[in-house]
Design a protein around this ligand. Structure first.
Ligand code: NAD
Length: 678
């Protein structure tokens, strides 16, 4: 096999070039080639400096993730980089594209770093539940200081070249189109000087002088890193860089890295990394399916969902025509869109021109005729089959042939909606989540007649509007809400048996959800779907509505809220629940946190198994993608199906049986045959 690394001589400079498409991942052959090339440079007296660069679209963009979990084949990255840094001939990294993870660590081990202005540098390992493992946490703070290193190592987001230069991570920015020549020229200016090694840098003394900076940083990130092991390990590693010698710091980094690598969080996050990519693929839709161009989108209904849905396309530069039944609803809807954009601008995340640009792409209308030339129309009207069918009938009449008609329905039968048209092949569900301009998930609901090109187009489009898509078959509630209803059923049942509702919420918060079911109810409004008759009380929710406890908007729901929306459990509600349970003849008992957790989550796994059995999801990992992106399931557990495997499917089955809850044959069979879903 030819090496992906080649060398070229330019006078007294050896240029080492990697050609390992698509992203110059640092696989074994690349590492070996780099190490050999450095050996070649050191052995040849006529070489006085080295430049390392990459062919193709990017500098080394990271480790070769396919090597994870396999027996390591040397040389490993740390020893390769140590050999590089040990050179007393200057070694210059010449960066374009993205220098990420191991790629950034290569750059750190070089004596100098130059980059084109469009380049980005970053250490995204935390996103896979890890920290850098080739001395990145030790070299970076020594080079740029602990304060500048922390956001890079702990946050994992790459920074642009100009910022990297500002913090001292880059020595120079060079011409966008003259990287190699400029890097060679730069290297020549360094010949004969003693080389600066990042491992010997002193910038990290800022963290020694002001050790509180680590706690301040941790506090500032508290919400974002809650429950995640890797960011905390990353902070510890950067702190260690100031407290320990370089060699001991590297040993500390290794220890932390190995612990994370062997833990369930990183396994879960690596699972998710592949799951998200897999979810965008539909097994029976050929890769080369011709896509339908989407140049103009229609949205029906400018309510909560319609407005948010429209914003996704406007923000992506796609014109939207939005239709309502009456002028006041239309004005209200477009007003909310504008306000949302203006709020984003106020926070500095958008310019005033960008707000106008997005709004300029929006055409409000009351007339279906204005939708005639749309390539895709998404319906977001009331959740009523009758209304939806009427809308689809009208759309079928006016919208050009070959255009896609989508429904944002949460529960309704997309196949039945499609019967209102003469083009059922062009009908599907596009189920956005609230707030639709923010939430990442798009459940794509595949009707029995939905065409391949329609599906492929929507999957591709989902990426363009920044969504993570997963395909569901047609069943009530699709993947996400179908499983949610099982959790909600148990949440309600637990209250009736004597569990405190705040404990139920707490169990889910402790598990890593951003909020529990009763907090969620208060936020959404307990009166959604309420019949408005205070004398008719058949559920706890109706009992709360009857006394005006509608949720946060009323200042009280399950919880009492103060002006700052801080919640406290309510004695009144506790009494209402106890009275209701007594009326229903339900005895009350103490319920442990373990029981609460298992009864909330195991039935979801069982429902997920049934969804797989019925072919409503293509693969278990798609279900994980839905729950992580649409419902706040903690990423570090890998999603409900992956999590169930880490718990043990047999344990899940036993748990369900213990509580007298249903166990599907599919789940039982998987538990008996290896305990894996896929
Ligand atoms: P909403 O009541 O806020 O908005 C519906 C809008 O549709 C209203 O402005 C109404 O005037 C308009 N409308 C009704 N009939 C119409 C018609 N025939 N022609 C044109 N406009 C019409 O409701 P929403 O919360 O935005 O929900 C819309 C759809 O999205 C429902 O199917 C719902 O199940 C689904 N959904 C809602 C959420 C959510 O959290 N709210 C999440 C996912 C999906």
């Amino acid at each position: 096999m030819t090496s992906p690394i080649r060398t070229e001589r330019h006078d007294n400079v050896l240029v080492v070039i990697s050609d390992n498409p698509p992203v110059n991942a640092l696989g074994q052959a690349v590492r070996a080639g780099l190490k050999d090339a450095i050996g070649e440079a050191l052995a040849d007296d006529s070489v006085e400096a080295v430049v390392i660069r990459c062919d193709g679209q990017t500098f080394f963009a990271g480790a070769d993730i396919t090597e994870f979990g396999k027996p390591p084949v040397g040389p490993n990255l740390p020893e390769t980089l140590d050999a590089m840094e040990a050179s007393d001939k200057p070694v210059v990294a010449a960066i374009h594209g993205t220098a990420l993870g191991g790629g950034c660590e290569v750059a750190l081990a070089c004596h100098y770093r130059v980059a084109v202005p469009s380049a980005k540098l970053g250490l995204p390992e935390v996103k896979l539940g890890l920290i850098p493992g080739a001395a990145g946490t030790q070299r970076l703070p020594r080079l740029v200081g602990a304060e500048a290193a922390l956001p890079l190592v702990v946050g994992g987001n790459p920074i642009p070249a100009n910022k990297a230069e500002m913090i001292g991570l880059l020595d120079a920015l060079v011409g966008e189109d003259s990287l190699e020549a400029d890097a060679i020229a730069f290297a020549k200016t360094k010949i004969g000087q003693s080389v600066p090694r990042s491992s010997e840098g002193k910038a990290n003394e800022d963290g020694v002088r002001d050790p509180d900076l680590f706690d301040r940083f941790r506090a500032s990130q508290a919400r974002r890193i809650r429950g995640f092991d890797a960011p905390n390990a990353a902070i510890e590693a950067v702190k260690a860089a100031g407290e320990l010698s370089y060699a001991d710091g590297v040993a500390k980094e290794r220890e932390l890295f190995m612990k994370l690598m062997g833990g369930t969080q990183s396994a879960a996050m690596r699972h998710y990394f592949f799951a998200e990519r897999a979810a965008n693929k539909i097994d029976d839709v050929p890769k080369d399916t011709q896509l339908i161009p989407i140049k103009k989108v229609g949205v029906i209904g400018a309510g909560t969902m319609g407005g948010g849905i429209a914003m996704n396309f406007l923000s992506a530069g796609i014109p939207v025509t939005i239709l309502e039944m009456a002028q006041d609803a239309l004005d209200r809807g477009t007003g909310v869109i504008r306000k949302n954009y203006e709020n984003t601008a106020k926070k500095g995340r958008m310019s005033a021109e960008q707000v106008e640009q997005a709004m300029g792409l929006l055409t409000p209308t009351l007339s279906y005729d204005d939708l005639a030339d749309c390539d895709l129309v998404i319906e977001a009207v009331y959740e009523s089959m009758e209304v939806k069918k009427e809308v689809f009938g009208k759309l079928d009449e006016v919208v050009k042939q070959g255009a896609i008609l989508a429904s944002n329905t949460s529960y309704l039968d997309v196949d039945e909606i499609a019967t209102a048209t003469n083009r059922p092949g062009y009908v599907l569900g596009m189920h956005f989540f609230s707030p639709a301009n923010v939430m990442k998930l798009l459940e794509v609901v595949r009707g029995k007649e939905t065409r391949h090109d329609v599906l492929a187009t929507v999957m591709k489009l989902s990426k363009k509007i920044g969504k993570v898509a997963a395909v569901s078959g047609v069943c009530p509630g699709f993947i996400g809400n179908r499983m949610l209803s099982k959790r909600q059923e148990q949440a309600n049942e637990l209250l009736m048996e004597g569990a405190n509702y705040w404990e139920v919420d707490e169990v889910l918060l402790d598990f890593g959800f951003p909020m529990g079911p009763f907090q969620m109810g208060d936020l959404a409004g307990i009166d959604i779907g309420w019949h408005r008759d205070p004398s008719k009380v058949t559920t706890i929710r109706e009992a709360l509505c009857a006394v005006g406890r509608f949720g946060q908007k009323a200042g009280k729901g399950f919880y009492d809220y103060d002006e700052a929306r801080n919640r406290t459990p309510s004695d009144e509600v506790k009494q209402i629940i106890a009275d209701f349970a007594a009326k229903e003849g339900k005895p009350q008992r103490e319920i442990s946190k373990d029981e609460i957790r298992e009864r909330l989550l195991y039935p979801m796994v069982n429902e997920g198994a049934m969804i797989l059995e019925e072919g409503m999801a293509q693969r278990a990992s798609d279900i994980d993608v839905v729950w992580i992106n649409g419902y706040g399931w903690p990423l570090y557990t890998g999603g409900p199906m992956f999590w169930a495997q880490t718990v043990g499917l047999e344990k899940v089955v036993t748990g369900l049986e213990r509580y007298g809850l249903p166990v599907s044959n599919y789940l039982r069979t998987k538990a008996e045959n290896g305990g894996k879903f896929d």
